[in-house]
Ligand binder design. Structure first.
Ligand SMILES: *Cc1c(COP(=O)(O)O)cnc(C)c1O
Ligand SMILES: [Zn+2]
Length: 427
C-alpha cells in the first residue's frame, strides 16, 4: 500500500465551484464563499475497498485516502476509531428499539471529537511550513490544539472566552500553550482571530485552515458506517456549534455511498443545540430561510455556544434535505440528559452530550424519530471537563467511620426509611 500517495486535488468554492490549488486559503476571491477540499474519487475507487480499510490500524487514518494531506500525518496518529456501542439500557428508557452511541468522549489525546479536526489541520499546517498554530475556541478545540502543538514541538496560541469551565482552561494551560483569555463571546473572539490571522503568519486551525480542519469530521461518519457493519442508520443526532460536524458526517456518508461501501439507505439528520444558544434550531422551528445570530449566548453547554455559526446555512440544508429536524433542550434537560446517559450506559459526557440526549428525548416524544428506527447519537466530549454543570446536582453518601457497625447502621437506616443510601450533600 502506497502510504505517500495523495488523492486530494486542491480546493473548490462551495458556492461558485471555482477551483483553487493546494494552498492555506479558505475563502473564494470571487464570491467570498467558503472553500472545500476536492479529491480524485475515481482514483480512490481504484485503490480503496472495505477489506483494505478493515485491515488497517484502528484510527481515523484508516481512511487516509479521503483526507487532505500530501504525506503521512505528523500529529494525531492514534486519533479516532472510538467505540460505537449498542445502548440497550438507554434505548429501553427512551422506549426505542435500536440505539447506538458514538463515543468521542474517549478520543485521544484530549477526550473530544476535536482531536480529529486538529490532527488534520495541524498536519496540513506542518506540511505548509507553519510553526505557530492558533485557534478561536469554545474550549475543546483549545485543549486539542494545545496538546497536539506540544507533541509536535510547535508554538500555539489558543483564544478562549474567559468564562469557560475550569477543566477546559486547565486542559489547555497544562501543555505550555499561550492561552489568551478574552472577555467576550466566541463570535467576538473569532473576529479577533481572523484579524490576527491576516497580520501574523500563523495557522489558525478553524480559520485559515478551516477547509482542512473540517474534513477531519468526516471520519465520524466513516467510522459509524463501518462499525454498524458497513451500513447507515435511519437517524443520527448531532450536536451543532458552528455547524461543521453535521455537514461533514453527511459528506462522509455520501462519499461512502458513492464508493459503494454502504447501500443507499436514507439517513435523516437531526441537529441539537442548547436552548440558550440555538440559532440553527430556531431557524428550523421558525422556518426562516436564514439564520438570526444569537448575540449573548446563555447556556451551560458552553462548547456549543456559537451565536453566529459559520456553517449554519449548510447545516440547515443537510437537515432539510434529509427530512430531519432540530431540538434545543434547556439547561435542566441537559443535566438530566447527562445523568441519564451516565446511569444507563456508564458514559460521562460533557454538556454537549446532555444536549444530544435531551434533544433525542424530545424528538422521540414528538414522533419526529420513530421508535423502530436505527438511531445513532453522537457524544462528542468528556464530562470531567464540564464538572461545574453537574457538581451541585448530585447526591453524595453521608460520611461514615471506617467501622462495620457504622456501615450497617447506614444500611439499616436506609432500609428503614425506604430511602436511598444517598443524602443530598449540597442542598
Ligand atoms: C466543537 C464541538 C461540537 C460541534 O462542532 P461544530 O463542528 O462547530 O458544529 C460538538 N460537540 C463538542 C463537544 C464540541 O466541542
Ligand atoms: Zn466562489
Amino acid at each position: 500500500m502506497d502510504k505517500k500517495r495523495s488523492f486530494y486535488t486542491g480546493l473548490k468554492c462551495r458556492e461558485c465551484g471555482k477551483n483553487y490549488p493546494k494552498e492555506p486559503i479558505y475563502v473564494c476571491e470571487y464570491c467570498f464563499g467558503p472553500l472545500e477540499v476536492d479529491y480524485d474519487y475515481k482514483a480512490i475507487k481504484k485503490v480503496l475497498n472495505k477489506e483494505t480499510i478493515a485491515s488497517r490500524h484502528p484510527s481515523m487514518w484508516r481512511y487516509r485516502e479521503l483526507l487532505p494531506l500530501q504525506s503521512s500525518p505528523s500529529v494525531g496518529l492514534q486519533v479516532g476509531f472510538t467505540p460505537l456501542i449498542r445502548a440497550n439500557r438507554l434505548a429501553e428508557r427512551l422506549r426505542v428499539r435500536e440505539l447506538w452511541i458514538k463515543n468521542d468522549a474517549v478520543n485521544f489525546p484530549t477526550l473530544s471529537f476535536k482531536d480529529r479536526v486538529v490532527s488534520v489541520a495541524m498536519s496540513s499546517a506542518i506540511e505548509f511550513g507553519f510553526t505557530t498554530i492558533g485557534c478561536a475556541s469554545t474550549g475543546n478545540l483549545a485543549n486539542s490544539v494545545a496538546a497536539n502543538a506540544a507533541y509536535a514541538g510547535l508554538t500555539s496560541y489558543v483564544f478562549i472566552p474567559s468564562d469557560l469551565e475550569e477543566g477546559k482552561i486547565i486542559g489547555s494551560s497544562i501543555y505550555g500553550s499561550n492561552v489568551i483569555r478574552v472577555d467576550g463571546t466566541y463570535d467576538q473572539i473569532n473576529r479577533l482571530c481572523s484579524e490576527i490571522a491576516g497580520l501574523y503568519d500563523w495557522a489558525f486551525v478553524n480559520i485559515n485552515f478551516r477547509p482542512y480542519y473540517s474534513e477531519g469530521s468526516k471520519t465520524v461518519g466513516y467510522e459509524i458506517s463501518e462499525q454498524l457493519g458497513w451500513k447507515l442508520p435511519d437517524s443520527i443526532v448531532v450536536p451543532m456549534a458552528g455547524g461543521s460536524l453535521i455537514n461533514k458526517i453527511y459528506k462522509g456518508f455520501n462519499e461512502f455511498k458513492d464508493l459503494g461501501f454502504v447501500d443507499n439507505r436514507h439517513c435523516k439528520f437531526y441537529g441539537a443545540q442548547a436552548e440558550g444558544c440555538s440559532p440553527i434550531v430556531n431557524s428550523l422551528k421558525d422556518e426562516t430561510k436564514f439564520i438570526i445570530p444569537v448575540k449573548t449566548p446563555e447556556t451551560i453547554a458552553k462548547s456549543l455556544a456559537i451565536g453566529d455559526p459559520a456553517d449554519g446555512p449548510y447545516a440547515l440544508d443537510v437537515i432539510n434535505a434529509t427530512g430531519g429536524y432540530g431540538e434545543n433542550p434547556g439547561d435542566d434537560e441537559i443535566i438530566e440528559g447527562i445523568k441519564l446517559l451516565a446511569e444507563c450506559e456508564g458514559i460521562f459526557a460533557e454538556t454537549a452530550g446532555g444536549v444530544v440526549v435531551g434533544a433525542l428525548k424530545r424528538l422521540i416524544e414528538t414522533e419526529k424519530i420513530g421508535r423502530n428506527e436505527i438511531i445513532v447519537l453522537c457524544i462528542t466530549g468528556n464530562g470531567l471537563k464540564t464538572r461545574e454543570a453537574i457538581e451541585n446536582k448530585l447526591s453524595l453518601s453521608a460520611i461514615i467511620a471506617p467501622k462495620l457497625e457504622n456501615f450497617q447502621e447506614l444500611i439499616e437506616s436506609n432500609i428503614k426509611n425506604k430511602e436511598k443510601i444517598y443524602y443530598a450533600s449540597h442542598s
